[in-house]
Design a protein around this ligand. Structure first.
Ligand SMILES: [Zn+2]
Ligand SMILES: [Zn+2]
Length: 367
């Protein structure tokens, strides 16, 4: 059914990135985002207007907020973890009904290029060119979901059944991205394997649950926060240990000196990058997911501490096939997001709390 959107109030709210007042500041509280009044988006024939139920708050959003005047994102609406209900359907769309619950794809892939057709749509050569800051996403180059409404192409929606959109929204990135990284090394995570997962924040607390639900490997989970380690102990970790100076020796001792088959780093700061390199076993794999700016030296011939045969990937996002697996696990009750709710107008506080490590799970803005 097609409804003229002008029947609506015609105005809506969206969390908008502004130009930072101090571009050199790594994180500027409150003066670079603002809830602005905007028109309800127009939809094209192949689009759907989604009434946003929830929008997750990601560390990437903090990076975007801190970007200076040079970024093309100034003036755009943020939010790349978005779920809600179908409010209006374009004339050419089939298969959706008003009121259906849906989640918006993280990567707005073209669906037609070589990478998309090969099932690598997170590497879509149209929306993720080689030199891109990030692939095109809601809130990153396209209007995002920290708003009352978002317009998206129908093919960029997946149905979520009776999942609560507030709890489902973070699945779009916080579960999708770990799922993709896990699927890329799934054959290594046999029943006799050891997996190390570092960081139990937004992505990490979902990674742990996905590992527990879909592999038989022994799981060692690390974080610096005792509360997050306590969470890990009740959500599938075989061992939860502090991410500190003793962690590498502890993991090597737990694996008879051989190291872990797979290491996931959901933090990416200097100590966690060094830990990943220090505990991966020969022939093992590392998936660097967190964007914390840590680095390790690679010396051709010398290795710099990296054992022979290690496979490393700079992981990004996930595919639509990964997303379907995430939704299935959530609908089956095998994974769930720990949600901390904020009103849309309280978004600056949500960013501040995330920045200060105060969010247990994922902050979700509820318009
Ligand atoms: Zn994100
Ligand atoms: Zn493509």
């Amino acid at each position: 059914r097609i409804r003229d959107h002008h029947e609506r109030t015609g105005r809506t709210r969206g969390l908008t990135k502004l130009s930072p007042k101090r571009a050199s500041d790594p994180y500027v509280k409150n003066n670079t985002v603002e809830v602005q009044d905007k028109p309800v988006p127009e939809i094209g024939a192949d689009e759907i207007l989604v009434k946003v139920g929830g929008a997750g708050v990601c560390h990437s959003d903090i990076s975007i907020i801190a970007m200076g005047d040079e970024t093309p994102l100034i003036g755009s609406t943020l939010g790349h973890e978005v779920a809600g209900t179908v409010a209006e359907i374009g004339a050419g769309v089939i298969g959706w009904n008003e009121g259906d619950r849906a989640i918006v794809s993280l990567i707005l892939s073209c669906g037609q290029c070589r990478e998309c057709l090969s099932g690598r749509d997170n590497q879509c050569e149209v929306v993720a060119p080689r030199d891109a800051l990030a692939p095109l996403s809601p809130g990153i180059g396209s209007p995002g979901g920290m708003a009352d409404y978002i317009a998206v192409k129908a093919r960029h929606l997946d149905p979520i059944g009776d999942l609560d959109p507030v709890a489902a929204a973070p699945l779009a990135d916080a579960a999708l991205t770990p799922m993709h990284a896990i699927n890329s090394v799934r054959d290594r995570m046999t029943g006799d394997a050891t997996v190390v997962t570092i960081g139990l924040g937004g992505l990490g607390h979902m990674a742990l649950q996905i590992l527990a639900a879909t592999t038989g490997a022994r799981i060692i989970a690390l974080d610096t926060d005792p509360a997050k380690l306590a969470f890990a102990e009740t959500h599938g970790a075989d061992l939860a240990i502090p991410s500190d100076g003793d962690a590498a020796a502890r993991i090597l001792a737990e694996t008879h000196g051989r190291g872990a088959d797979v290491v996931f780093d959901f933090v990416g700061v200097q100590p966690t990058v060094e830990l990943a390199v220090a505990v991966v076993r020969g022939g093992g794999a590392i998936r660097f997911v967190g964007l914390g700016g840590g680095r390790f030296p690679y010396i051709a011939g010398g290795g710099a501490g990296l054992p022979w045969g290690v496979n490393i990937e700079r992981a990004y996002g996930g595919t639509r096939a990964d997303m379907r697996q995430v939704i299935a696990l959530a609908r089956a009750g095998k994974i769930s997001v720990e949600v901390v709710r904020y009103a849309l107008d309280d978004a600056p506080q949500a960013f501040e709390d995330l920045h200060n490590g105060k969010i247990a799970g994922r902050a979700v803005l509820v318009p």
